[in-house]
Design a protein around this ligand. Sequence first.
Ligand SMILES: [Zn+2]
Length: 362
Amino acid sequence: MKKKKKRMSIKVTLLFIVILLLMFGIYFIMKKINSNEYKLKEKGYSDKEITEICKNNSYIEYALKNNYNDKLTEFINVDGFKIEFLDSYLNYYKEHDNVPIPDIIYLVNNDINYEYSPILIELSKDKYFLKTRIERYINYQKNHSDLNIREIVKRVNSDIDYDFYTNDIESDTSLGFLMIANKHYKLSSSYVPDNLITIESKYAKYYNGQVNATVYEAYKKMYEDAKKEGLTILIQSPYRSYDTQYSIYNGYVARDGKAIADTYSARPGYSEHQTGLAIDFATPTTTGLSNDEFGTTLEFNWLVNHAHEYGFILRYKQSEEYITGYMYESWHYRYVGVDAATTIYNEGLNFEEYFTYYVLKK
Ligand SMILES: [Zn+2]
């Protein structure tokens, strides 16, 4: 009787162990079936792909939600990959399977929709690239394949893919100190700036012209600081009305002909002097506006290094004659405000590039 009881209890124990093992077994099988690895494998992913996908929950989520994709892990491993754009990458890939995957990611991330070419990628990586000008960059590059990408973007941002005076755009004078007047943007013949103020005699080289009041204050501060270093920066020519510019320009045309006059004088409506924001500087010893004279003064040297601190920029640089369409003018400065002038100075831009990239972009 005792033996029988003992045997019974062994049986019960064994049964219990078997049930327990079975439960564990079922538990592990269920766990495996429910695991992401198992499910991904079921979808068709290889062990190597599964390792990649399992690095990130959002990758797993995507892979489980969608059918097997043999490109998924290729995309995942490229710099800049964003899971939220994956559908767009894959759609792009479907239509352009010859485009390198890093380029697809770059174009989609930056929302650049234009016919693919390796040049497009190079262009779009330029600091001053603007999506709105893609077609112009591409066209300009086609005709100037000897130029590097930086130069292409610089030129198109400066609008010189258009011939001077062919792309007349009415200048937006509401931009205030950032308004532009050049051979692409013109001012209306009736435009007269607000806030003109008459220059005091001590600052005038020959006559007491007028200039924008804020520009005048900035100039006076600059004048005083230069004075402390023994330098005297005088104003030779500030604001000029449309009519004045009309007479000046036509006088030059009569003397030198239109083609030559255009290299050093602005047509009426295209002159920065009409904005009230430009000043031609002189010194007590200079006799006219010439680079041989003003460009060799200590005042000029000082302006090269300091004008931007007061909001002025050298507007017609020697190296940028092909951009501005004007010969170098060491004396012509334009007020754009300290922030813009500092950016222009630090980044080595011309005002056309600055205007297109920083003002129009907004
Ligand atoms: Zn000038």
